[in-house]
Design a protein around this ligand. Structure first.
Ligand code: GLA
Length: 385
């Protein structure tokens, strides 16, 4: 376990029809203390070099990413008063990721993001057994999933970081040597683009995502229930009490899961609803409205009135998990000694549906030798007028 190892695509100017990008004339100042962060991240783990890398653009947006788990450690965007605001949860030092209970802050998740029922699936007549690390189910690739691995740094530029990882045949119970490459790119249009690529030498299942926890009022603020959320999904997966989807997706209409027009996250979060109870709030897979499976579409819009910061999510993935930080309980102390209380962040994890390897009606997550998995997710940031 852990202690044993000591935003492509054509996003045009139109993207911000209702937003303005923060002024690019402002003098560039960095909110992140690069030297201190480097000191707190530069080390060697299991013979592999760990570091922290900074992407910056001309609009004062900064992203810090470590190759330990490919984690986004900080993401600084200007608010409506042009004040630099770090909008993701995380830690100031690597040792915290190694020793604190796992929350998957900012991490790349694989080989299979979200849950696989009972940690079991069949593929080509073989039964694969994974570790069950979430009640009866397997979650987020297992205890030593991609979030806990040191990724190779292939390339680093001022606006791009390319990471790779070879997940060996049998690692965490999954078949096939899976070669993964993830490219983080920060553009001058305030897009953080994550591009995923994977190939295998044996049939396997793959579901890759990033697990950034956002608070658009700034990390460490007490709640995200005042954020307005839109999810471009008319269907979601209803789940059992262990968060495994029960059959085909169902309509959001008339339920607390209807975010097809902007709604406060807090509005229905405590509704007397069996699905809200199962998720302890929102922790559900929303099926994106698309013409074809791999279309690149807008998936979600989130807006925090007090800072004016707005984030939009675009993806080629078929679905998105909206998680309202229900397992945060204030016990994790993050950057700048900030407590991370209950529902003080949300995740929007672009993905395939949970438990797809066991549910044949869902889009397939199989990857075969000779195929290349390609997936793109873009987070864009701006200030709403
Ligand atoms: C995902 C899951 C949640 C929870 C978080 C991590 O979003 O769906 O249930 O496990 O990861 O705490």
């Amino acid at each position: 376990m852990k202690k044993s190892i000591l935003f492509a695509v054509m996003v045009s100017a139109l993207l911000f029809t209702h937003c303005t990008n923060p002024s690019s004339n402002t003098k560039s100042t960095s909110m992140l203390d690069s030297a201190a962060l480097q000191k707190a991240y530069d080390t060697v783990l299991s013979g592999k070099k760990v570091g922290i890398y900074f992407l910056r653009n001309t609009n004062q947006v900064e992203v810090a990413i470590t190759n330990f788990g490919g984690r986004i450690v900080a993401l600084v965007v200007p608010d409506k008063q042009n004040k630099p605001t770090d909008i993701v949860l995380g830690y100031n030092q690597l040792s915290d990721y190694l020793t604190k209970p796992e929350a998957y802050f900012g991490a790349l998740i694989g080989r299979y993001g979200n849950r696989i029922a009972k940690g079991q699936f069949r593929l080509n007549d073989s039964l694969y057994q994974l570790a069950t690390n979430n009640g009866p189910n397997a979650l987020h690739g297992g205890p030593m999933g991609f979030h806990n691995q040191v990724w190779n740094v292939e390339r680093v530029h001022s606006n791009e970081l390319v990471l790779s990882y070879l997940s060996k045949d049998g690692e965490e119970g999954y078949p096939g040597n899976l070669q993964v490459q993830v490219t983080y790119t920060l553009t001058d249009s305030n897009e953080l683009k994550i591009n995923y690529q994977a190939t295998t030498d044996k049939a396997t299942v793959v579901n890759l995502t990033n697990h950034a926890y956002f608070n658009l009022n700034g990390q460490g603020n007490p709640s995200i229930t005042d954020h307005e959320l839109t999810i471009l999904a008319t269907q979601y997966s209803s789940v059992d009490s262990t968060l495994i989807p029960i059959g085909a997706p169902v309509p959001v209409k008339g339920t607390p899961f209807d975010f097809t027009t902007a709604k406060l996250i807090g509005k229905d979060i405590a509704a007397d609803d069996a699905q809200i109870k199962n998720g302890l709030g929102y922790d559900h897979n929303f099926v994106l409205d698309k013409k074809t499976l791999n279309d690149y579409v807008k998936a979600a819009i989130v807006y925090a009135p007090s800072t004016g910061i707005q984030m939009e999510v675009f993806t080629t993935e078929p679905a998105i998990q909206f998680y309202s930080g229900n397992f945060l309980d204030g016990s994790l102390i993050g950057k700048n000694n900030q407590k991370y209380p209950y529902r003080s962040a949300f995740c929007l994890e672009t993905q395939h549906y949970p438990d797809s390897p066991n549910q044949s009606v869902f889009p397939s997550t199989q990857l075969l030798p000779g195929q290349t998995l390609q997936s793109t997710t873009v987070y864009t940031f701006g200030v709403k007028k």
